[in-house]
Design a protein around this ligand. Structure first.
Ligand code: NAG
Ligand code: NAG
Length: 545
């Protein structure tokens, strides 16, 4: 009796606490129907308005949920109290009914029910974070906005009222998402000492200002990964920005120095580089399907360059803490590259801190990443590039309001993180409504599209998909074990945050509701009903008060 009373008082307090918390309302999505059948809404931001999302820390014994759906929910909040089946209660019921209580049965009857046990003491990789890329194209679009709209953009991605991104990738020089192809130190030719290295207008007007504004509002340190697409063409065997080309052997050291010089220049603006990749998509200059900035690397050459030039140069420099991520290409190329590099130059493995992975080969199952982790223990797996719409068979480059693209992001991020990936970096933070600018006409989609002439930008469903991870899985969270105990299933990911809360992302891609039970212990659980075609993040505070 006393126990019952305690529970009831606790419930009342918890509910009060919720209504108090939800009193501090976020600014809701200003939804725009894009007017195309089958598309989801986009959220419109301008100089005077932009939707926000704040995280409500759940009180001990409670949970908070955030839901986005095809039907139009965007981080819609709800919550409740962790339920406890006391054994006494169950025994009493069993005595009364003379049989097992059906509602306490752990095996649901049908496929609409899914049940999971969360084991926060069984831990896997530590999460580094989530983010997007500050390309020239992103900077050019952002710069078209008025100061207030720029602020809404930066806050939307990086601040406490936004997605709290803490990773950025930045191209070293130009990429295809630039208005023209360029590199640093283009002249004089054959300048092995890089005597004329200097940043460009793109750095000073677009990339550095956007990075600095992001750093100013970020809730944790922004860790920046930098990648070269193409070195100055005089270092390359074909003297051109694209096509079949490798690095001329006499410039191996110059190309390593090129990276050091870039970091020195960025440091002058107080922008510190956390990691380098060993060149963007090295296969593009070997099998030149693509006609944009590239440098081809055969695995054995890359091994020698890392072991003899980049590795020692970096470790003997004042940037000796900078991480090196190798490969920076599709998942099916990782093992080919690593094996080739190590066979040619075993020391290259010692210099590599991790492996960078791109998104466009994801027709190969993500389980390959777990086997890579097993074969190269201690190496960090980082997803460094992803976007929707780049494939030859993608009829639409930009598919405004597409829920399918948000669902695909969600599915692949879940797959990656459930296979030991520590962080996930999206491609362009924003593009225009054509998916550019891109000097090579390689237009793609982005989570935010900018309309410079109207001084507004729109947040697509992909933006919210990213946020369901980045906002609630802070750096230092550890992935934990999820044990399925039902026939029904909802793809999911569970982490334990540094604060000791359990965060679970649930992706219901069905067109029907799903009932999900999450058990945090033998006796404690929460029951959720997931909307059709929805993404739900739930943060559970399992501590009793
Ligand atoms: C140095 O680079 C600039 C472009 O950044 C170029 O205009 C100039 O001609 C170069 N200097 C020499 C000596 O090539
Ligand atoms: C790394 O560089 C810093 C700063 O130059 C230096 O103090 C430190 O000794 C270096 N560490 C190693 C391991 O070389």
């Amino acid at each position: 009796m006393l126990r019952h009373k305690n529970i009831r008082i606790f419930l009342v307090i918890a509910v009060l606490q919720f209504s108090f918390l939800f009193g501090k309302c976020d600014l809701p999505c200003r939804a725009r129907d894009v007017g195309i059948a089958g598309r989801s809404a986009v959220c419109v931001c301008d100089a005077t308005y932009c939707d926000t999302v704040t995280r409500n820390a759940p009180a001990p014994g409670t949970y908070v949920t955030y839901t986005s759906s095809r039907a139009g929910k965007r981080f819609e909040k709800s919550g409740g109290v962790i339920e406890t089946n006391s054994h006494n209660k169950k025994d009493a019921k069993q005595q009364m009914n003379g049989k097992d209580d059906v509602s306490d049965n752990i095996q649901p009857k049908i496929f609409n029910d899914a049940s999971y046990r969360l084991f926060s003491n069984v831990q896997y990789q530590t999460i580094e974070g989530f983010g997007g890329s500050v390309t020239d194209a992103a900077g050019v679009n952002w710069r078209k906005l008025s100061f207030n709209t720029q602020t809404h953009f930066v806050n939307s991605y990086f601040s406490k009222e936004g997605l709290e991104y803490n990773l950025i990738r930045v191209p070293i020089g130009g990429a295809d998402f630039s208005t023209h192809p360029y590199t640093y130190n283009e002249y004089p030719w054959n300048d092995a000492a890089l005597s004329n290295f200097s940043l460009t207008v793109e750095d000073y007007f677009y990339k550095l200002p956007l990075i600095k504004r992001a750093m100013a509002v970020a809730t944790s340190e922004i860790k920046i990964t930098a990648s070269t697409w193409s070195p100055p063409v005089w270092m390359k065997t074909n003297n051109a920005i694209t096509g079949f080309a490798q690095l001329r052997p006499q410039y191996y050291q110059s190309y390593a120095d090129y990276h050091i010089r870039f970091m020195e220049e960025y440091e002058k603006s107080d922008v510190h580089i956390w990691a380098l990749t060993t060149t963007n998509e090295p296969v593009n200059g070997i099998i030149p399907f693509v006609d944009f900035n590239s440098l081809g690397w055969f695995p054995w050459d890359l091994g020698h360059w890392v072991a003899d030039n980049l590795g020692p140069t970096l470790r003997n420099s004042r940037f000796n803490k900078t991480l090196i991520f190798a490969v920076d290409d599709q998942r099916y190329l990782i093992d080919v590259y690593l094996q080739g590099m190590i066979r040619a130059a075993p020391k290259s493995l010692d210099y590599i801190d991790g492996i960078a992975i791109h998104y466009y080969g994801n027709f190969i199952p993500a389980s390959i990443l777990s086997s890579i982790q097993e074969r190269y223990p201690g190496k960090l797996l980082l997803s460094t590039e992803a976007c929707e719409g780049p494939m030859p068979w993608d009829v639409m480059r930009v598919k405004i309001g597409s829920w399918e693209r948000a669902a695909r992001y969600t599915r692949h991020i879940l797959d990656d993180l459930n296979n030991f990936v520590i962080g996930w970096i999206d491609w362009n933070l924003c593009l225009d409504d054509k998916g550019g600018p891109n000097w090579a006409h390689n237009y793609v989609d982005a989570p935010i599209l900018v309309y410079g002439d109207k001084d507004e930008f729109i947040k697509q469903p992909m933006y919210y998909a990213m946020g369901h991870f980045s906002k609630f899985m802070p750096r230092g969270s550890k992935r934990i074990e999820v044990l399925r105990r039902s026939l029904g299933h909802v793809p999911n990911l569970a982490v334990l945050t540094p604060e000791g809360n359990i965060v679970v992302l649930l992706h219901n891609s069905n067109t029907r509701e799903m009932n999900v039970r999450l058990s945090t212990s033998l006796t404690d659980h929460i029951d959720l009903t997931l909307d059709p075609e929805s993404i739900t993040t739930v943060e559970i505070n399992p501590q009793s008060n």
